[in-house]
Design a protein around this ligand. Structure first.
Ligand code: MN
Length: 706
């Protein structure tokens, strides 16, 4: 039958009696004008296509906007019409749907690899922010598949494969069984015409052969149900061609070995009746144990619910029964579309709190919204919240964990590109390295030969591939710098001791069981070998400084660092600014490339992330002389004089404040952050104890930069 606009209007009136149908009529006129003169390959006017798609949308009981958008779905693609034109004429809602559909149609399925197919499927789901886009897209594909015979062989193959790879699985995921079956069977028909015909013929023959047999069984069960006063609908079903085809292929079995080609479906009014009927069937025929499946108690991810049991029928034939309520049957067929279409008052059975997938989540949202239209509007599909899908400028799709950045993208393409990545252009706009990629982004990496990885990158990159590459680069770099540092330390030491002989460093290295001079310098730079040991080897007569005073003597601005580095004396010592250690804190040293040793507090979160091989034990000198800056925050009541009382205590203790920040919170408290100079942990703790005693102080804590 040829669909006319009145068929669509009648259909919509049936489930939305109060619908304003003028907008649909207007879309019809608009579409007719846009597609005027265009024909389908079948020779029919192009307009037949949007009419068919809109009719399917109405059959799915979608809202007026969706049906309108279905009529307009090819308008932008096939003409000079713009999204703004659609928006002006039909509103933002309809325009957004048409825009989404146009975008999907522009996604080029470049790669035919299986992996890519999965990515494309997920991406289509992800970019279809509105379920209506997805449903209309599927309807569009169904009609295109129904009319595929008019295409040439190559186009048929391509479109049919895409249907099997991309669209049929989406229909399956959405639980839209009727669409899945049609897309799969049509897809198979064009990708493997012979295989399709063979299985179809066998299925038809089997159905014909067993027609009478099935009728007898159905009669028997109907009679038994009537005895129990159960109201049921009983009918036979045949598996669809594609599912049998795949089963034969996957399991490598002959057609005759497929036991569930024919089956019987029993539709009942209540869940209790379903279990009762299962019992009745098992009392009539012997069930095959492992074939009893309770998808009512444990629904499939796409919300499919049913009881399945396979029994030995008369003559030893295997028959599968599917037992379910009317509502379950509807959902099994229509899937997600069943959940918002016009309600007939029946409610879903929501008793089980088992882990459902996203579909369950959709149902949750639906409960909060009563108007189906509102539901659709509010639904933003986020099927894969843990993943993002982005494009290269060429149209390849990459998948990343959520939070991934241009760095991950760059390293995913090439290690060198990662190392030199300075940022990216996302959808034509320049973004920084730390930009978080979003699904649908088109990403173009910007690079510079002057760029190189840094430690911060480990916080920006999200994928293990990128972090591994960055770490490897940093390690190599640190090795080089440690070598340079070691060389410098040794040369300075020799100079200070006025040792000026020609030294064969390679030979010297071998004396320490090291390979060459490079390794020797590296060992010194890393702190694995003390410069003193080396000097001693060169000039045994030189004074054994290490024995004289173990203190780190390296001067920093003329002051002692107050740190003892075990077995080492000639390294630059600095205090980490992240945790600002003070004498009394438990500390650890970290050999920093090119900068000697950095002292952290032992519990500093930065240290935990560091390479443990670079950590060296350090101690505080016994007599702390120097002051160290630390930061702490005080949470206190926001009242006059509060800040004064705190600073007064600092004054009493002779503790210098180098920085002070205070701000009020909405809760009526205020937060003050102090940076002060203290000599030791003991001094700091004494200060804290005093401040804590002040009335109005709620909390005081030492800060660590994050
Ligand atoms: Mn179309």
């Amino acid at each position: 039958m040829t669909i006319r606009i009145n068929d669509i209007l009648d259909e919509v009136s049936a489930y939305i009696p109060e619908a304003d149908k003028r907008i649909i009529e207007k879309a019809y006129v608009f579409s007719a004008r846009v597609h005027q003169g265009q024909t389908r390959l079948s020779g029919e006017p192009y307009l037949t296509h949007p009419l068919e798609v809109a009719y399917m949308a109405a059959k799915m009981h979608l809202d007026v906007e969706a049906v309108t958008a279905a009529l307009l779905h090819d308008a932008i693609e096939d003409s000079l019409t713009t999204v703004d034109d659609i928006k002006a004429a039909f509103g933002a809602d309809v325009a957004a749907i048409v825009d989404g559909l146009t975008k999907i149609s522009k996604i080029a399925f470049m790669s035919k690899e299986q992996q890519q197919a999965e990515n494309f499927r997920k991406m289509i789901l992800a970019v279809s922010k509105d379920l209506r886009i997805l449903l209309i897209k599927l309807a569009d594909r169904i009609h295109n598949m129904r009319t595929l015979e008019f295409h040439n062989r190559a186009a048929q193959q391509r479109i049919a494969k895409e249907t099997l790879d991309i669209y049929a699985p989406i229909a399956n995921r959405l639980g839209m069984h009727w669409m899945q079956i049609e897309l799969e069977d049509l897809g198979l028909k064009y990708t493997d015409p012979e295989g399709y015909a063979t299985v179809k013929d066998k299925l038809d023959a089997a159905a014909k052969l067993k027609e009478g047999y099935l009728k007898d069984i159905m009669g028997a069960i109907e009679a038994e149900l009537a005895k129990h006063g159960l109201n049921a609908e009983v009918y036979g079903r045949v598996k669809h061609v594609y599912s049998v085809y795949m089963k034969l292929k996957r399991q490598g079995i002959p057609f005759e070995a497929v036991y569930d080609i024919l089956g019987i479906r029993v539709i009942l009014e209540s869940v209790a009746a379903c279990y009762e009927v299962l019992g009745i069937i098992h009392s009539l025929w012997k069930p095959i144990q492992p074939r009893i499946k309770d998808f009512i108690a444990m629904p499939k991810a796409n919300m499919y619910q049913s009881l399945h049991t396979t029994i030995f029928g008369p003559g030893g034939e295997l028959i599968e029964f599917q037992i379910r309520t009317r509502e379950m049957d509807r959902i099994a067929n229509e899937g997600i579309a069943a959940h918002w279409r016009y309600k007939d008052g029946s409610k879903l059975d929501e008793r089980d709190g088992k882990k459902f997938s996203w579909l369950r989540q959709l149902l949750e949202w639906q409960k909060e919204v009563h108007d189906p239209h509102e539901f659709l509007e509010s639904v933003k599909i986020d099927l894969y919240p843990e993943e993002v899908y982005v494009f290269t400028p060429k149209g390849d799709v990459f998948r990343f964990p959520t939070g991934a950045t241009p760095l991950d993208f760059a390293y995913n393409i090439h290690t060198e590109l990662g190392h030199q990545c300075t940022g990216a252009k996302v959808n034509g706009q320049i973004v920084p390295l730390k930009y978080k990629l979003k699904t649908g982004d088109v990403v173009e990496i910007m690079r510079s030969s002057k760029q190189h990885p840094s430690k911060d990158w480990l916080r920006i990159a999200k994928t293990s591939r990128a972090t591994a590459k960055i770490k490897a680069w940093l390690r190599t770099q640190e090795l080089q710098q440690s070598t340079a540092l070691g060389r410098e330390i040794l040369e300075k030491k020799l100079k200070s001791l006025h040792i000026r002989k020609d030294i064969d460093f390679d030979q010297l290295a071998r004396d320490f069981a090291l390979k060459d001079a490079g390794e020797l310098f590296g060992a010194i730079g890393f702190g694995r070998l003390s410069v003193h040991q080396v000097v001693h080897k060169i000039a045994p007569e030189a004074p054994k400084e290490a024995e004289e005073h173990k203190t780190a003597e390296r001067k920093k601005k003329g002051e002692g660092s107050g740190i003892i580095v075990k077995g080492e004396e000639n390294l630059l010592v600095r205090f980490a600014r992240c945790c600002r250690p003070i004498p009394g804190d438990e500390i650890v040293g970290y050999i920093t490339r090119g900068r000697g040793i950095t002292v952290h507090r032992r519990n500093c979160t930065y240290v935990e992330e560091e390479d443990p091989h670079r950590l060296v034990p350090v101690e505080w000198e016994r007599e702390p002389q120097e002051v160290h800056e630390i930061e702490f925050s005080v949470l206190c009541q926001d009242k006059p004089g509060m800040l004064g009382s705190i600073t007064a205590i600092l004054g009493e203790q002779r503790i210098n404040i180098t920085k002070l920040k205070a701000h009020s919170l909405a809760s009526g408290s205020s937060v003050c952050v102090f940076r002060v100079s203290v000599k030791s942990l003991a001094e700091l703790e004494a200060l804290f104890a005093k401040v804590r005693r002040l009335s109005g102080v709620e909390r005081i804590e030492r800060l660590q930069a994050s």
